[in-house]
Design a protein around this ligand. Structure first.
Ligand SMILES: [Zn+2]
Length: 228
C-alpha cells in the first residue's frame, strides 16, 4: 500500500495532483516562511455537548494554537469517548481524509482515527488508536508527498522511516500493539505527530516552505481574520 513517489499521502487529505492546485506555479518564491513555534494563547478546544446533542466537528486549521498543544491522555473509556471517535470518523470521511487526530477537531486528547482507504464503506479498515505511542521506527527512509486537513492546499515531501511499531488502546481500553509498514505506517506517524503538536510545516524542507509560502501566509491571514 505504499504510494508512488508522486502520490500524495493524505494523512488528512486525499490530495489532488500538485499541478492541479491553482496558482501554485505563479506563487513567488522569495523568502522562507518563518520557523514554527507559534504563540500559544488559550486553547480553543470545543466542549463536548450534552449526550442528547449530535456531535459534529469542523477541522481546525493552521495556525490555530490548539494544534501546537501536546494532547492529554484519555483516562475514561466511556460513551463520550465513543461519540467523539464516531464524530471524528464522520469528519475524516467527509473531508476525504485517511487519518485524523483529535487536536485537528480542537480537542487536546490522545485519539487517532485512521482508515487507509479513505472510504466510509470500508469500515472494517477503521483503526482507532487511543493513547498511542510509537515505540519503534524501522526500515528504509522514504520520501513521500503528504497533505494535511489542517493545511488545505498544501503538500510537501516528507521523509519518514517506512515502518513503525505502535502501542495503544482500543476504544474499550484494551491494549493493542501493531507493527505497521508502508502507507498505513506513514499515516499513523503523521497523525501521531499531531498529538505532540508537531505539524506538516515542521517537517517540510526549506524548499517546500518557500514553495508553499503563499498558501501558508493565506492560512495565517484567514486565522487572524476569524479572530476579529
Ligand atoms: Zn495532519
Amino acid at each position: 500500500m505504499v504510494g508512488e513517489a508522486s502520490e500524495a499521502v493524505n494523512a488528512g487529505i486525499l490530495a489532488p495532483n500538485q499541478d492541479e492546485v491553482p496558482g501554485r506555479a505563479e506563487r513567488p518564491a522569495t523568502d522562507l516562511y518563518p520557523p514554527c513555534g507559534m504563540p500559544q494563547p488559550e486553547s480553543t478546544a470545543h466542549p463536548i455537548p450534552a449526550m442528547s446533542e449530535a456531535l459534529e466537528f469542523e477541522v481546525t486549521l493552521f495556525p490555530n494554537p490548539v494544534l501546537r498543544k501536546v494532547a492529554d491522555p484519555i483516562t475514561a473509556f466511556d460513551d463520550a469517548l465513543k461519540r467523539t471517535v464516531e464524530a471524528m470518523y464522520t469528519r475524516m470521511f467527509e473531508s476525504q481524509g485517511v487519518g485524523l487526530a483529535a487536536p485537528q477537531v480542537g480537542l487536546r486528547q490522545r485519539i487517532l482515527v485512521v482508515n487507509e482507504t479513505g472510504d466510509a464503506k470500508e469500515a472494517d479498515q477503521n483503526l482507532t488508536l487511543i493513547n498511542p505511542q510509537i515505540v519503534a521506527r524501522s526500515g528504509k527512509k522514504v520520501l513521500l508527498e503528504e497533505g494535511c486537513l489542517s493545511f488545505p492546499g498544501i503538500y510537501a515531501e516528507i521523509e519518514r522511516l517506512d515502518g513503525c511499531v505502535v502501542e495503544a488502546q482500543d476504544i474499550e481500553g484494551n491494549p493493542i500493539r501493531l507493527e505497521l509498514e508502508g502507507f498505513l505506517s506513514r499515516i499513523v506517524q503523521h497523525e501521531f505527530d499531531h498529538l505532540e503538536g508537531i505539524l506538516l510545516v515542521d517537517r517540510m524542507s526549506p524548499a517546500d516552505k518557500i514553495r508553499n509560502k503563499g498558501e501558508l501566509e493565506e492560512l495565517k491571514y484567514m486565522y487572524l481574520e476569524s479572530k476579529r
